[in-house]
Structures are given as structure tokens and as C-alpha cells.
Design a binder for this molecule. Structure first.
Ligand SMILES: NC(=O)c1ccc[n+]([C@@H]2O[C@H](COP(=O)([O-])OP(=O)(O)OC[C@H]3O[C@@H](n4cnc5c(N)ncnc54)[C@H](O)[C@@H]3O)[C@@H](O)[C@H]2O)c1
Length: 440
């Protein structure tokens, strides 16, 4: 039986049951189908997302996989506690997840493993007939990102990168305002992800975690997706515009070594490690429609959490870094004599995104300012409705490839690098993708 037939058969035979949701914000009487999701990777993120999955109606988690017995045990207990059903456990070597993929009672898998595993696991899952929701970033190298796109196209399965920063309340409102033309045409953006995560690079004994190993072995812009994701949607990247070329610079690594000395001592093995990855990155992207996006990144420096977005349009600007936090300044206000930013929340009544209007209360119970809820909702609806997601494989590859391209740029002292077009020209038609936006 080929993959498509096997999947259709699976959906019919393995009990995709039509059920009625139990009311609440999802709407009494709304008919849905139960979907079954296996989770690979039960670390911090895997457990957090799995917990939030159960905020959505008619979702089951029949199987979990990890290479770490303790993390897997915690995951099993979590699912059993919330759902009352004990999931099957897959504990083995790094390829043991393939056993989970052999199950014929899973509609999809959610992948929450370290970044280096994302492409192999996503490809194996799609080849096994499963839809995929995969954590950020989609992958490391251009070769593997192309393979990811080709596998999605070949298998016809659905793939969503679980980029949650697109779904935050004000970013969704800005999305809505752009669609309505309130900002005019967007043409310049600044965005950045600044998050001191030095502590996540070391285990208690001073050995490196997978994040620390990447700090030691790699030096590309680690990931742009949290910043670039919202901006790409605002700019219509892959929907009428595409990234054309880019350059990157980084400061040399300082902070993690100093942290290792302070935490483990100057003579400790941790303090002898030569890290390759720099502290602060700036990438500048030029688009085919002659727009510019600046993307900053820093997970090492001593400073408070700061993710920021500035989107300049011909009729106004959204700027999360004004003194009043998340400010908006519109030409129409200036024309009325106003010269100050207005707090973005003052525009809520008029421009709140329909998804937030409907689900704000339940979203507020999940992580990342409610973004996790809408991310999972889009993932689940992709599977349930058998449709392409808003953040699809083309966005995943485009946003993720900034890492690889940044390495090439820095190898040439900041030389401009052509950004690959994973849509192969389809972006020129701004309506080529079927998904108009998040599922509300
Ligand atoms: N979107 C967000 O806001 C956000 C936040 C945190 C982490 N993340 C992403 O989530 C992913 C996981 O991060 P984390 O913080 O949970 O890391 P973690 O180290 O806490 O968890 C990773 C888990 O994967 C398991 N694992 C490793 N290789 C495996 C394999 N081959 N098969 C099965 N399991 C394997 C590990 O044993 C561990 O339990 C990363 O890709 C990270 O970038 C995203």
C-alpha cells in the first residue's frame, strides 16, 4: 500500500472518530475528529507543548519517545495525569524513534528534539505517512532543508514548523492591520531575539548540553526564526516577495567562557573549552521587492530578555521598543497633529486578530504570551482538516536557512549571500499558497 493510500486507510480504520466538543471557547456542538499525535523528545519543550496539546479538543497522545529514561518517564506521567491514558513508551538509541513511526494509529508526530535531529526525524516521519509539527529551527544545512522540502512535496504529507513567536497577541494584531492596509506598504523592519541562555549550555557537572556543544562547534547565526517569522509574514515573504541576498556579522565569543570560569572555576574543564559561536549577531536581508530586514540575535550576553520588532510601512510604524512598550504611530494620527506613539493595546478594540478575539482566555494559560496555544491549534487543525498550515515547509526552510547563509557570509568577511528560493519562483504569485492565515 503506498503512503497516501495507507494513510487514508489508517484514518478510516483506526478510528478517526467524529465527536462533539464539550462547548467552552471552542463552541458547543462544533464537530471535530479525534487526532492521534506521537511526540519525539520529552525534554523541557516536549513536555510543555504536550501539556498544552490537551487544551485543544479531541486530541490523543498514544505514544512518546526519548533517549533519556527520566525525561520519558516524566512525559508518560504527564500524559497519564492529564488524559487518564498511559501512552506507549519508546526508549532506545537515537534512531529508536523509527519504531514509534511504525505505529499505524498515529496521524502525526510532534518533534521536540535538539535541532540536529529535526530534519532526519521529519523526513522519516513523512516517509512513514505521518504529518509533522517540528520545533525550530527546521534544520541546519541548505542540503538538508532542500531534502525536507522535496520529501514534503514527494509524500504529500503536511509539515508545520512550530514557530510560536508569530502568534503573540500584538504581532497577530499587526498582521491583521497589515492585511487591512493600515500601515500602507511595509518596507523596513528590525527584529531581534535577545535571551540570556548561558545556563542552558552546561549540565550541573560542567559538561556541555546539546546547546553548549553547538556553541563549541558552530558559529552561524543560530536561529532567526523567532524574529524573522513575524516579519516575514508581515512582508509577504514567499507570498509576493522573497529574500534575495543577505550579510551577517558577529562579535567574537566572550560571554560563555567568562561564565564557565565564574561558575566552574578557572581550572575546570569547562573553562578550557574554546567556543566558536559569537555573542551578538546582526544579519541584514534584502528582498526581491527592495525592502530591508535587520535581524539581531544574542543568547549569551548579560542583559534582560528582549525580543523586539519594528515594522515600518508607508503609512505608519509598529515599534515594540518605544518607551510605552509596543507602540504604534500612524500617519493618520500625525495628520491630526499627534506626534507621539500610541500604545498598541489602544488599537485592540478595532484591530485585534480574530483568533485572539475568540481564544484569548484559553491562550493566556499557555506559554510565550499565548503563542504556544495558537501554534498547537494550527498544527492540530492542519492534521484534522488535512490542509496546509500557515507556517509551512517553505517558510520553515526560508527562515531556517539564514543560519547556513550567515556562515557563508561571515566566511567571506560579511560578503552578500544569495538566499535560496525554496518555492522555486512560486512566491511571485502572492496567492499561490492555499492557507490564508492561522485557523481561528
Ligand atoms: N519555540 C520555542 O519557544 C522553543 C523553546 C525552547 C526550545 N525550543 C526547541 O525545542 C527543542 C527541544 O528543546 P528543549 O529545550 O526541550 O531541549 P531538551 O534538551 O530539554 O530536550 C530535548 C529532548 O530530546 C531528547 N532527544 C535527543 N535526541 C533524541 C533522539 N534522537 N530521539 C529521541 N529523543 C531525543 C533528549 O533526551 C531530551 O529529552 C529544540 O529544537 C529547541 O530549539 C523551542
Amino acid at each position: 500500500m503506498n503512503i497516501m493510500n495507507r494513510r487514508s486507510f489508517m484514518k478510516m480504520s483506526a478510528g478517526v472518530v467524529a465527536t462533539m466538543t464539550s462547548g467552552s471557547v471552542f463552541g458547543a456542538g462544533e464537530s471535530t475528529k479525534t487526532i492521534r499525535i506521537g511526540v519525539i523528545g520529552m525534554g523541557n519543550r516536549g513536555r510543555s507543548l504536550t501539556k498544552h496539546l490537551f487544551k485543544l479538543p479531541d486530541v490523543k497522545v498514544p505514544a512518546l519517545c526519548d533517549i533519556n529514561a527520566e525525561n520519558l518517564k516524566q512525559g508518560i506521567e504527564l500524559v497519564e495525569q492529564i488524559s487518564g491514558q498511559k501512552p506507549a513508551a519508546y526508549l532506545g538509541d537515537e534512531y529508536y524513534y523509527r519504531k514509534l513511526l511504525e505505529r499505524d494509529d498515529l496521524d502525526a508526530v510532534m518533534i521536540c528534539t535538539p535541532v540536529g535531529w529535526h530534519v532526519p526525524q521529519s523526513i522519516d516521519a513523512m516517509n512513514a505517512g505521518k504529518d509533522v509539527g517540528c520545533e525550530v529551527t527546521a534544520g541546519d544545512t541548505l542540503d538538508e532543508l532542500w531534502e525536507l522540502v522535496k520529501t514534503k512535496e514527494k509524500t504529500g504529507r503536511h509539515y508545520m514548523m512550530l514557530e510560536n513567536y508569530n502568534y503573540a497577541r500584538d504581532r497577530m494584531m499587526v498582521q491583521n492591520m497589515i492585511v487591512q492596509g493600515i500601515f500602507g506598504e511595509p518596507y523596513y523592519a528590525e527584529c531581534g531575539y535577545i535571551h540570556d541562555c548561558k545556563n542552558l549550555c552546561f549540565n550541573m557537572d560542567g559538561s556541555l548540553t546539546w546547546r553548549g556543544e553547538r556553541q563549541r562547534d558552530r558559529y552561524e547565526h543560530p536561529y532567526a526564526t523567532h524574529s524573522l517569522g513575524p516579519v516575514s509574514k508581515w512582508f509577504g515573504i514567499n507570498d509576493g516577495d522573497c529574500m534575495d541576498y543577505m550579510t551577517t556579522m558577529m562579535t567574537s565569543p566572550r560571554a560563555l567562557h567568562l561564565y564557565a570560569v565564574e561558575r566552574f572555576g578557572a581550572d575546570s574543564p569547562a573553562a578550557q573549552i574554546a567556543f566558536k559561536r559569537g555573542d551578538y549577531y546582526t544579519t541584514t536581508i534584502h528582498t526581491a521587492q527592495k525592502k530591508v530586514i535587520r535581524v539581531d540575535f544574542d543568547m549569551m550576553s548579560y542583559r534582560p530578555l528582549d525580543y523586539f520588532y519594528l515594522m515600518q510601512g508607508t503609512k505608519g510604524v509598529y515599534n515594540s521598543r518605544t518607551r510605552i512598550i509596543d507602540g504604534i504611530f500612524l500617519k493618520e494620527d500625525k495628520d491630526k497633529g499627534g506626534v507621539h506613539y500610541v500604545n498598541a493595546s489602544d488599537y485592540r478594540d478595532k484591530y485585534e486578530h480574530p483568533c485572539w478575539k475568540k481564544f484569548a482566555s484559553v491562550a493566556a494559560q499557555t506559554g510565550h504570551g499565548g503563542g504556544d496555544f495558537f501554534t498547537l491549534k494550527d498544527f492540530v487543525e492542519m492534521v484534522r482538516q488535512d490542509k496546509e498550515p500557515w507556517i509551512d515547509v517553505y517558510d520553515a526552510a526560508t527562515w531556517s536557512c539564514i543560519s547556513h547563509c550567515s556562515k557563508l557570509s561571515m566566511d567571506g568577511n560579511g560578503q552578500p549571500i544569495k538566499v535560496p528560493d525554496f518555492t522555486q519562483g512560486k512566491w511571485k504569485d502572492k496567492n499561490w499558497r492555499k492557507s490564508a492565515g492561522p485557523v481561528c
